[in-house]
Design a binder for this molecule. Sequence first.
Ligand code: UGA
Length: 443
Amino acid sequence: MKVTIFGTGYVGLVTGACLAEMGNHIVCVDVDARKVERLEAGDIPIFEPGLEPMVVRNHAEGRLAFTTDAGPAIDHGDIVFIAVGTPPDEDGSADLQYVLAVAKTIGDHIDRYTVVVNKSTVPVGTADRVRAAVAARLEARGVDVPFDVVSNPEFLKEGDAVEDCLRPDRIIVGASSQKAIGVLRKLYAPFNRNHDRMVVMDERSAELTKYAANAMLATKISFMNEIANIAEHVGADVELVRQGIGADPRIGYHFIYPGAGYGGSCFPKDVQALARTAHTVGYDARLLDAVEAVNDAQKSRLFALLSKHFGGKLEGRTIAVWGLAFKPNTDDMREASSRRLMEQLWDAGAKVRAFDPEAADETRRIYGERDDLALVDRPYDALDGADALVIVTEWKAFRSPDFARVKSLLGTPVIFDGRNLYDPVAVEEAGIAYYGIGRGRSV
Ligand code: UGA
């Protein structure tokens, strides 16, 4: 099938590559000429396992092209995806200007039946606004071209995006037109081989489904962080509690890992946007507000532990940080907990020596060169002359360190384990003081 995709961020690029992989012909449009140039040259601007070879191969085989030229691109597609960003406004609601600008462009160019598919995470009611924006442009052109708008939210996880896209656990299609549903059924047929994963519903329910999924996952994390904080006060170990509750299949083991708070481009933004939506329709979303507040406090937890350990005197100290990305297997630093920690350390006059397998360049791009930040190429180099080691992101490479080496490199050996990777007893037996998240038994 012929598909056009607006936006070459995570969602647009991964969707484009996976649809091309299934034999479709895809044209991806982006306003950023440099990015388009890089993509055409096979240079992928994001780190996402499996994505680069897939983009390069499908591009070489003529099924995947990149352009800044919207007109011919819209001409190409029978299906046009909108996968552009919806950054938060100052008040936390999703900013729809890019989505609506694409809708207008689509209205400016279509001249045969087109299915407009919204993949961006957008507030409930956006499908109607997209429909109105396309219709207004058609009216201005004085033409009557049939089109449908479908809400088809994405559930990709960074780091697993290609896999999630090729093997989705569900495909949500929000549409009121049987014709459009039929077109998407055909497009997604290759992803539906073993059993039908398509869940068809109205547009508003599809839009809310996306927010509800992320808000539920964020709620599980904040809930666990709250239990961790209680555990610390009552002298319990949240890691044992986690295993104890996860065994109940109604609760499950997923997304109940306490830590330094959730980050990324999705949870913080989506929880806030859903709360905003609720407030604007007159509903006081107390639970969502609390999820957000607990997470915000949790992001300061590591600094609080460090500050307490060093008696409030962090000035002149050097803190080694392992892990900067908001989670493993990505170079994404958006809303990463490491940022809060580093900024608090700098404010307190401390220096940071950090190692991350992928996110060093991104960190450099955000903070520039500064005297109080050293980004090193090897994990143990971060410990050189440092007073403490803090784990912020749980990359696999940090799971079983050489504790003897850690001890010999640190001045006053102490580990702040922001992801509860280690056995506190083993660390303490190695002669290193240990702080975890919610591990009251050991501290
Ligand atoms: C999230 C959802 O998991 C995807 O299903 C969704 O499609 C995506 O948002 C989106 O809306 O596009 P993502 O943000 O890539 O995906 O990352 P997650 O793996 O969900 O992790 C989010 C954050 O939660 C990370 O900072 C992670 O460290 C934290 N987390 C996760 C915890 O603190 N504890 C956990 O138990 C799990």
